[in-house]
Design a protein around this ligand. Structure first.
Ligand SMILES: O=C(O)C1=C[C@@H](OP(=O)(O)O)[C@@H](O)[C@H](O)C1
Ligand SMILES: C=C(OP(=O)(O)O)C(=O)O
Length: 446
């Protein structure tokens, strides 16, 4: 990829205060799911606020190839005419999920429950990521998967003719694996049961209910148990996608780091399973207020007011990781400017994201003169003055690119990234938006 609108090579330089109000693009997790549920529902699903990032556009294209009618009416405004549960049709071409782990893994769940043959691939980053975590549990439906060496894409799948319900306890904290199992279970008769020891984002469960499925969630000694009754008739329902808290993290971080800043990010999703970063930042002494808290489309939403703050290092417990899993690179940047040491614990899952984010985040910091170490699955950052001046390798990873560019707004010398093109997977317009807040070209082609 790199066919996005962001200049591939970019740098950011120390900026004046960031001020003003902004809205970030729609939530990526909810956007993928809205398109998929729309495709499985009977009737026409109206979606507003859909993220039009590359990852979600891949899901839209895949749903079209599987027989759903997917139409863009205007910015963020989409319609999906669904095929009904079990009604997806065999794709006549390869499903290319680009850079998106969520699209690939959730789609494996959908395909497992349909009696069709499909081939899936992705870009060089996605082709390195583990797929056995979904194909192994999904094989219990009766679907057959063939993957490349080590469970990597491309893969081929022949979905089950008479899918069996699943009963699965997640070995890793992953909303993608949970969702893949629940989506496959929709096509099977009887009850599919998934147990997660750590609580992960619950957008799939919320959307199942919203479209009329019977779902129960119970906390047991073994963990959180989710049950969904298979073969429901899902009925089209409007989806209003909130702003993505994982994208909001970047302007919030910039405001906290650049002296004199005050930024209001409007309409951000505040699902408690996504707000671990806000909890951590408050512990670090960040000035963060929530205004206008409300519920929109079944998800809590609010406006986040972030003002420049003197931050101090903290110890981030491993149990918090699922609620802020995509925010560690930017948290590491914030920690670099804080007084004292920050230890982020239990980050094993970062190794299987768009890049090995644990190693790449440490390299980002080191390239800019920040001292940090990796001990087991923990990242330890020594905070203080940040020299900057580094060229950061982003490894096809949007979050690394945005984190590095935020660092350069507050470091002594500019920070350059080797490729900003992948930012379009989740945050189209990122550089223009931060430049508007900074009132100038804080982020520019080098
Ligand atoms: O379900 C989802 O929408 C997502 C789950 C998380 O991945 P894992 O399930 O691999 O933790 C997260 O990192 C990803 O950006 C989106
Ligand atoms: C990990 C991420 O996404 P995905 O797994 O969908 O590629 C992310 O957006 O940070």
């Amino acid at each position: 990829m790199t066919q996005g609108t962001q200049t591939p090579l970019r740098s950011s330089r120390p900026a004046g205060p960031l001020t003003g109000r902004l809205a970030v693009p729609g939530d990526k997790s909810i956007s993928h799911r809205a398109l998929m549920f729309g495709a499985l529902a009977v009737g026409e699903t109206a979606i507003t606020g859909l993220l039009e990032g590359e990852d979600v556009l891949r899901t839209a294209a895949a749903m079209r190839l599987l027989g759903a009618e997917v139409t863009r009416l205007g910015p963020g405004e989409w319609r999906v005419a669904g095929r009904g549960v079990g009604g997806l049709t065999e794709p006549v071409d390869v499903l290319d999920m680009g850079n998106s782990g969520t699209a690939a893994r959730l789609l494996c769940g959908l395909l497992a429950g349909h009696p069709i043959f499909a081939v899936m691939t992705g870009d060089a980053s996605l082709r390195k990521r583990p797929m056995l975590r979904v194909t192994v549990p999904l094989a219990a439906t009766g679907a057959e998967f063939w993957t490349r060496e080590g469970g990597r894409l491309p893969l081929a799948v022949r979905g089950a003719v008479d899918p069996m319900p699943l009963d699965y306890t997640l070995p890793v904290a992953s909303a993608q694996v949970k969702s893949a199992c629940l989506l496959a279970g929709l096509c099977a008769p009887g009850v599919t049961r998934v147990v997660e020891r750590e609580h992960t984002r619950d957008h799939t469960e919320n959307m199942l209910r919203h479209f009329g499925a019977e779902v129960s969630v119970t906390d047991t000694d073994a963990g959180r148990e989710i049950r969904v009754v298979g073969q429901p008739e899902l009925v089209a329902a409007p989806v209003r996608v909130p702003g993505d808290p994982s994208s909001a993290a970047f302007p919030i971080a910039a405001a906290l780091l650049v002296p004199g800043s005050r930024v209001v990010v409007e309409g951000v999703g505040l699902n408690p399973l996504r707000t671990g970063l806000l909890t951590t930042l408050r512990e670090m002494g960040a000035s963060l207020e929530i205004e206008n808290a409300r519920v929109e489309g079944g998800e809590p939403v609010g406006d986040i007011v972030a003002s420049f703050s003197a931050l101090r290092g903290v110890d981030v417990p491993p149990g918090r990781a699922p609620s802020m899993i995509d925010e560690y690179p930017v948290l590491a940047v914030l920690a670099a400017f804080a007084t004292g040491t920050t230890r982020m614990r239990g980050l094993a899952e970062l190794r299987v994201k768009e890049s090995d984010r644990l190693a790449a985040t440490a390299a980002l910091l080191t390239a800019n003169g920040v001292r940090c170490t990796i001990e087991g699955d923990d990242l330890i950052v020594e905070g203080g003055a940040v020299p900057g001046g580094g060229l950061v390798e982003t490894h096809m990873d949007h979050r690394l690119a945005m984190s590095a560019l935020v660092m350069g707004l507050a470091s002594a010398a500019p920070v350059t990234v080797d490729d900003a093109g992948f930012i379009d997977t989740s945050f189209p317009g990122f550089a223009a938006l931060l430049n508007r807040l900074a009132g100038g070209e804080a982020i520019s082609p080098p």
